[in-house]
Design a protein around this ligand. Structure first.
Ligand SMILES: [Fe+2]
Ligand SMILES: [Fe+2]
Length: 184
């Protein structure tokens, strides 16, 4: 398994969901009601696929090895760049969830926070993915040895197999397609 190729492929699914998030946010702006069920599906995709499945692989496997083996620049790129952005994404999603709950309880003004957090998440992740595809992953490919990449590939393969048993990939790609059919 080529783990970098796999993670670049996963970025494509995540970016497709970002398009859905933007469309769903525009719908909130244009119409006077929120489809809570669809936002729950979006949040579930973000938490279970984009974050746990994809960022999990980066954090537990690739980035850990970059920090351990590539020196100071990798340490800065990972800890002060990539990991900070993963955390900021989690914050936007938590704030989105809280804003949805407030609107549900009658606070109409919180609709602006629903849109702001959803759209901020899409802006953050678009830039983050672009940076990983163009800078962070190629930097790892240049800096890590073949032996290290063999280990990374092996660990990713195991990770994929475990999540396949839980049907993570199939479930969330199907969810993405369902929302694309509705919103695009
Ligand atoms: Fe990342
Ligand atoms: Fe990523």
């Amino acid at each position: 398994m080529d783990s970098i190729k796999l993670m670049v492929e996963e970025h494509k699914y995540i970016k497709r969901m970002l398009v859905v998030v933007r469309k769903a946010s525009i719908k909130v702006m244009q119409e006077d009601n929120i489809n809570y069920e669809d936002f729950e599906k979006i949040i579930s995709f973000v938490r279970n696929y984009a974050d746990a499945h994809h960022h999990g692989k980066e954090e537990k496997i690739l980035f850990t090895r970059m920090v351990a083996e590539m020196g100071d620049i990798a340490d800065i790129v990972v800890k002060h760049g990539m990991l900070v952005e993963h955390d900021l994404g989690r914050l936007f999603i938590r704030d989105l969830e809280e804003a949805l709950a407030r609107v549900k309880n009658g606070d109409e003004d919180s609709k602006v926070d629903v849109i702001a957090n959803a759209i901020s998440y899409t802006h953050l992740l678009t830039r983050h993915i672009d940076k990983e595809d163009k800078v962070t992953y190629p930097f790892a490919q240049r800096g890590l040895s073949k032996a290290s990449f063999d280990k990374i590939d092996e660990e990713c393969e195991k990770y994929e197999a475990e999540n396949e048993k839980k049907k993570i990939q199939a479930t969330y790609i199907a969810l993405l397609e369902e929302l694309e059919n509705k919103y695009l």
